[in-house]
Design a protein around this ligand. Sequence first.
Ligand SMILES: [Zn+2]
Length: 405
Amino acid sequence: MRRSLLLFLTLPLAAQDGVYDLLLKNGHVLDPANQRNERMDIAIVGRRIAKIGKDLKASHAKVVVEASQYYVTPGLIDIHTHFDSQGASLNLIPDHNTLTSGVTTAVDAGSSGWKNFEAFKSKVIDRSKTRLLAFLNIVGAGMYGSEVENDVNEMDVEAAAKMVKKYPGIVVGIKTAHFQPATWDAVDRAVEAAEKSGTIAMVDFSQKPGRGYSDLILKHLRPGDIHTHFYGRLTPQLDAGRKLQPYMIEARKRGVLFDVGHGSGSFWFRIAAPAIEQGFLPDTISTDIHRSSIMLPRANMITTMSKLLNLGMTLEQVIERSTVNPARAIRRPELGKLTEGGEADIALIEVERGRFGYVDSGHGKLIGDRKLRCVMTIRAGAIVWDSEGLAAEEWKAAGAYSNFK
Ligand SMILES: [Zn+2]
C-alpha cells in the first residue's frame, strides 16, 4: 500500500492515466539485483520507470519498442574509465564511448586529483549525458606524468579527503596508479584518504622488491577496497603452473574486490582463462578505456564483456558484474538495477552467434562463438543510442519533412 502510494506521488500525471512515454515490449529482462530473468515489459514515463510487468498495454504507449530479440538490462556501470578530456592526453570524451556500449554510469579512475578535479567537473562531468562519477587521484595533479605521479609530496591526504567530502554525490573514492618507487607510500596514502573521507580506494599496483602483491591484498587494502587490472601481468595471481595462488582466495574472503580494468596492458587471456577455469571470476568488469586501449585490444565495455563471456563466464555472471556488483562496490546501491519509480537507465543487448575474434593486451587472439552488441541505450528515460532504429518509424511512413522533430 505504502509503495503504491509513493509511486503515485512520484510519477507525473500522465502515468496515472496509464499513458507511457516509452514501452519496451517482450524483452528478456536480466536484472540480477532483483532476480529477474524472464520476458517482461518495461514502461517509462519521463525520466523514470513507471512499471515493470507482463502484458503492459501497448495502446497506452506513445512509443513502443519491440524488444523480443534482446536482453533488457539495467544501464551498465563501468568503474574504471578515463574521461577527463580537458586534462591528460590519453583521455577520451565520455558519451560516444559509454552510451554506445550500454554504459549509463561511468567512473573516471583518477585522471584528476584535488588540484584539478573541479575543472574536470565543470567542463566534462556537468555536461555529460552519461552519469559520470570519479575516483580522485591521491596525486594532487592527477595523471599528469611520472614526475608528479612518483612524487610522494604530491600526495596530500588531507586535501584529497576534503575534496572527496565536498562532492559526495560524484566522488566515490581515491585512486592510486603508476607509482614506481618500491615503497608503500602511494597505496597507504590513498587508503588513508579513503578512510578519512569514508570511501574506498582503487589501486593500480606493480610488484617490486619489498613491495609484494600478497601484502597488498592481505595487509594494505581494507575490505571493500579494489585491486584493478587483476588479470594483468604485473601481479602474480597464478603460480608457475598457472594455479591460482591461495592468497587470492584469502584476500577475497577478507572482502578485497578484484576489478578487470582491461586497459592497454592489463587483460591477458593467458591469466584470465586459467583463473576463470579455477572459479576466480572478477567482482566487477571495467574497461580502463582511454585513447590507446580503445584501439587494438578494443577495451570498450561491451567488447570486454564479450571477451569474458567467451572465456567461460555465463551471460548472467557477466551482467551481474557490470550492473549490481559495480553499484555496490562504489556504494551506490540505487544504481545497476531496474526499479519502479527509479531513474530509467537501461540497455538493450543482443547476443550474436557466429565466429568472432577478440584480442587481449598481450596481442593474443581468442576465437569465440558469441558477441554482445548494444542496440539501444536509455539514460534517464531518453533514448540516447538506437543503432537499429528500434524506436524510429519506417521511412516510407514517416510523412512530410515538417513532421521531423
Ligand atoms: Zn586507468
